[in-house]
Design a protein around this ligand. Sequence first.
Ligand code: ATP
Ligand code: MG
Length: 173
Amino acid sequence: MRAFFIGRFQPYHLGHHEVLREIFSEVEEVVIGIGSAQESHTIENPFTAGERVMMVDRAVGELMAEVGERKVYIIPLEDVYRNSLWVSHVVSMTPYFNVVYSNNPLVIRLFREAGFEVRKTKLFNRVSYQGTEIRRRMICGERWEDLVPRPVVEVIEGIDGVKRLRDIAGTDV
Ligand code: ATP
Ligand code: MG
């Protein structure tokens, strides 16, 4: 079995990590889609697709030390701005997968309409394990490092990501 899991991963956090751990307990291989891949340098999407690939790759590496070696494909996926065509777009850009894991209502509906098996996962500490909350903390100078896997902290520090987000959030007056 091969699973598909998509997120924007702005940034990849411990909620995503728990979802992946759950997926690995049920399925051998995973295709991870990096959504809105064309976006970067905005408050909602500060990191480039390449930077997000690095975050996911490093975090997955750490997880494999726990669950054993697995095959993982990390595929950046640009938006197509046409929901009715989105599943075909995803399928055309990814290795074949049999099951989709998501908690996002639109993603669930689009894949189910296309005939895919979709599994929901538990929500893990959704108050803090949430991209929006982590970006807010970065902008406000609050502690965010405990909400992401350690390798993700290193990637973000390596690109001076918090400074970037604060610059973007600033005004020109
Ligand atoms: P943002 O606030 O920027 O939207 P996010 O935390 O929702 O960030 P996404 O990249 O949008 O992160 O999430 C991708 C997928 O991961 C979604 O289907 C979402 O439901 C799921 N997910 C995110 N956080 C959690 C969590 N804490 N527990 C379980 N699933 C989660
Ligand atoms: Mg989200």
